[in-house]
Design a protein around this ligand. Structure first.
Ligand code: LMR
Length: 394
């Protein structure tokens, strides 16, 4: 069997990571994979994580299994981080998962199990791994227009027109904040229209929340999720702690299932635990435990929030700086969208040839659809990128 396997298409983001590592040029700039980097190009362990790890090492007395759905303390800490006090706890089913990707996978497993004929709607574009997992699971997929390649903002009309075709029982995958890969996001009035369409159709929202705290702030970035969760009878939320706690390799995420009543919550809770058992049994605990310690300890939480805010502000400052450099060099405002976008990414709207030219001629790496990771920049490299963008004719 192992000799007849077919080669699998490589994930384009991970492929780019490999190409960057193999490039010997010492002036290379990595704007590819979505990992936060500070001004020196390092991805630091956050202060609160270090402190929690020390405390955990001193106090942890066992590594025996937690429960199948993960630690209930993690469920409640994450539920309140994401939902605030907005949803009664007896309506929330929860399972810890290996990262946000694990939560997406479990959510789609649940959809496949419960409604094998359902169509899952995804934004065009979306994170490539959404499409890859959907294909792997054999789930029917349709896309809704999302990005206006002229304005580099949200294609509001196109999105709402496409979502008006959603049918009862369909699932609509939404990015709760900091859209990946475009950086363009709906405003609150757009979210109201999205929610109304889903409600009218009787569709299930699946919200991917991988960047809470990277856009406009922890509370602001949860506002759309809270609004949808409060408005619709059922919502699935796949959240990641990789970015906002900087614990990428610990694989820490959560799947929340918001149900109309306690009876269906209990059913959903049992199903999430069952799905964990089928796929990997108990979820990883180390990262989840650190997150719980931080969220439930006043001092650690305050320090984490302060550092996250520094990270968020540094990305906003880089956006302003890049937009400013491009404004003065291009003599126009056509790159103003970079300062309007939120989160880690912006889609430049360049052609694949221009992206190739950036890499080949300028050693600047970004994903082929012209998504750039803002956090890969620093004060020194912003002018270099601005110059290169104009040089390749973007
Ligand atoms: C990204 O989009 O770059 C990140 O979410 C990392 C990944 O796994 O693709």
């Amino acid at each position: 069997m192992l000799t007849t396997l077919k080669p699998q298409a490589e994930d384009k983001i991970l492929k780019l990571m490999g190409m960057y590592r193999a490039d010997p040029r010492d002036n290379k700039i990595d704007l590819g994979v979505g990992v936060y980097k500070d001004a020196s190009g390092n991805t630091p362990v956050m202060r609160a994580i270090k402190a929690a790890e020390k405390r955990l090492w001193e106090t942890e007395t066992t590594k025996t299994y937690t429960s199948l759905a993960g630690d209930p303390g993690f469920h409640s800490a994450m539920s309140s981080l994401i939902l605030g006090g907005d949803v009664p706890t007896d309506r929330i089913a929860a399972a810890a998962t290996p990262g946000g990707t694990g939560a997406i996978r479990q959510a789609l497993e649940l959809v496949k199990m419960e409604a094998p004929g359902a169509t899952v709607w995804v934004s065009d574009p979306t994170w490539p791994n959404h499409l890859s997992i959907l294909k792997h699971l054999g789930i029917k997929t349709r896309s809704y227009r999302y990005f206006d390649n002229e304005t580099r903002g949200l294609d509001r009309e196109g999105m709402l027109a496409d979502l008006a075709e959603v049918q009862k029982g369909d699932v609509v995958l939404l990015h709760g904040c900091c859209h990946n890969p475009t950086g363009a996001n709906p405003n609150m009035s757009d979210w109201q229209d999205i929610a109304a369409l889903l409600e009218k159709a009787g569709a299930l929202p699946l919200i991917d929340l991988a960047y809470q705290g990277f856009g406009d702030g922890l509370e602001e970035d949860a506002a759309a999720t809270r609004f949808i969760a409060g408005r619709l009878p059922e919502t699935l939320i796949a959240a990641s702690c990789s970015k906002n706690f900087g614990i990428y390799r610990e694989r820490t995420g959560i799947l929340l299932g918001l149900t109309p009543d306690t009876k269906s919550r209990d059913l959903a809770q049992g199903t999430l635990a069952y799905l964990n058992r089928q796929n990997y049994s108990f979820p990883p605990d180390h990262g989840a435990r650190l997150v719980t310690m931080i969220l439930t300890d006043e001092g650690l939480r305050a320090d984490w929030m302060a550092e996250l805010e520094e990270v968020r502000r540094s990305m906003l400052a880089l956006r302003e700086k890049l937009a400013g450099e491009l404004r003065s060099r291009a003599g126009s405002d056509r790159f103003a969208f970079i300062a309007e976008h939120r989160g880690m990414f912006s889609r430049l709207g360049a052609t694949p040839e221009q992206v190739d030219a950036l890499r080949e001629k300028h050693a600047i790496y970004m994903v082929g659809d012209s998504r750039l990771n803002i956090a890969g920049l620093n004060d020194r490299t912003v002018p270099i990128l601005a110059e290169a963008i104009l040089d390749v004719g973007i």
